[in-house]
Design a protein around this ligand. Structure first.
Ligand SMILES: Cc1cc2nc3c(=O)[nH]c(=O)nc-3n(C[C@H](O)[C@H](O)[C@H](O)COP(=O)(O)O)c2cc1C
Length: 289
């Protein structure tokens, strides 16, 4: 079946699945693997450190795939963010802004006419980003990974509230990692989903296999895991970042990984989600119109 939504139309991807930006992990080759699977790949610009490197990486990604991919500009985390944006404009790739308000970049993005998605944890910030001109909003609930907001609410609540408050398409994120949660988000009215943690378990994700195995073992029975995911930790944008090899990546994963048992290629993983969703639609006729 065709998975056309307002988001696949905005970005030109086959499936309404977006790769979550991941600091230190969201490389061009990982984004290319996601784009090749039919989902939308995301290069996390903060990894590139300089605009020249971002330009090189976008070119490499374009060579590696004809699929859809864009660049995440995490405001406050990404160095030289204005110049990174200029590279995205020169290369004509969709932009995803996140972390802080996108106001400082908004005029330039609109002037350039790039597809523009902003990611928020709070509906209030999403409404502001829509007013600023974003074409679509990713809303992330507490079940998700990444920087937390003390006012963040669970994914289902946030998405439903966001759909009432916003007129631009909503992309659901936070705890989504299987066919049921993917289809559930679309059934609620989201036009797509973003997956961060779930894609960390794939073969092409550039973290060590031992961490992937550790992530697969995470269980909702573990109080530490639950606390880590649900508790907003204070965020210090000036804090010294550890080296990637010094990080236990299983500490970064969200509830999205709890239904994943095997390390698959991105293509196999995305196909599993799509096939599973098609089977659900097949066996539950009441979901069809
Ligand atoms: C290891 C890791 C690093 C992340 N780094 C960023 C980042 O630099 N910028 C950003 O906007 N989001 C970042 N995120 C959040 C994801 O883009 C996405 O919003 C989140 O993973 C969605 O929740 P999920 O993990 O349940 O799929 C990160 C997530 C993970 C797991």
């Amino acid at each position: 079946m065709k998975w056309t939504t307002k988001i696949t139309e905005l970005l030109g991807c086959k499936y309404p699945i977006l790769q979550g930006a991941t600091e230190m992990i969201g490389t061009w080759s990982f984004a290319a693997a996601v784009a090749e699977s039919g989902a939308h790949g995301t290069i996390t610009a903060s990894i590139c450190k300089t605009p020249d490197k971002l330009k090189d990486d976008i070119k490499k990604c374009k060579k590696a795939t004809s699929g859809s991919f864009g660049v995440n500009l995490s405001i406050g985390l990404c160095p030289q963010v204005e110049d990174m944006l200029e590279v995205c404009i020169e290369e004509g790739v969709p932009v995803e802004t996140s972390v802080y308000k996108p106001d400082a970049l908004a005029e330039r993005i609109k002037e350039a006419g790039l597809p523009w998605i902003h990611k928020s944890a709070r509906v209030k910030d999403a409404v502001h980003a829509q007013e600023t001109g974003a074409h679509a909003i990713i809303l992330v609930g507490t079940e998700g990974a990444g920087i937390k907001n003390p006012a963040q609410l669970p994914t289902m609540t946030t998405i439903l509230w966001g759909l009432r408050a916003l007129s631009v398409p909503v992309i659901a994120a936070g705890g989504i990692g299987d066919s049921h949660s993917f289809l559930g988000a679309l059934a609620m009215g989201a036009e797509g989903v973003t997956m961060g943690s779930a894609l960390m378990t794939t073969k092409e994700c550039p973290i060590g296999n031992a961490f992937k195995e550790k992530i697969l073992k995470l269980s909702l029975d573990e109080p530490d895991f639950r606390t880590r995911v649900l508790t907003p930790a204070p965020f210090d944008k000036n804090a010294v970042r550890p080296e990637p090899e010094d990080i236990d990546w299983s500490h970064a994963a969200s509830f999205a990984v709890t239904g994943i048992n095997t390390i698959l290629s991105v293509k196999e993983f995305v196909q599993q989600i799509i096939q599973g969703a098609e089977e659900i639609l097949e066996t539950r006729q009441f979901l069809k119109n």
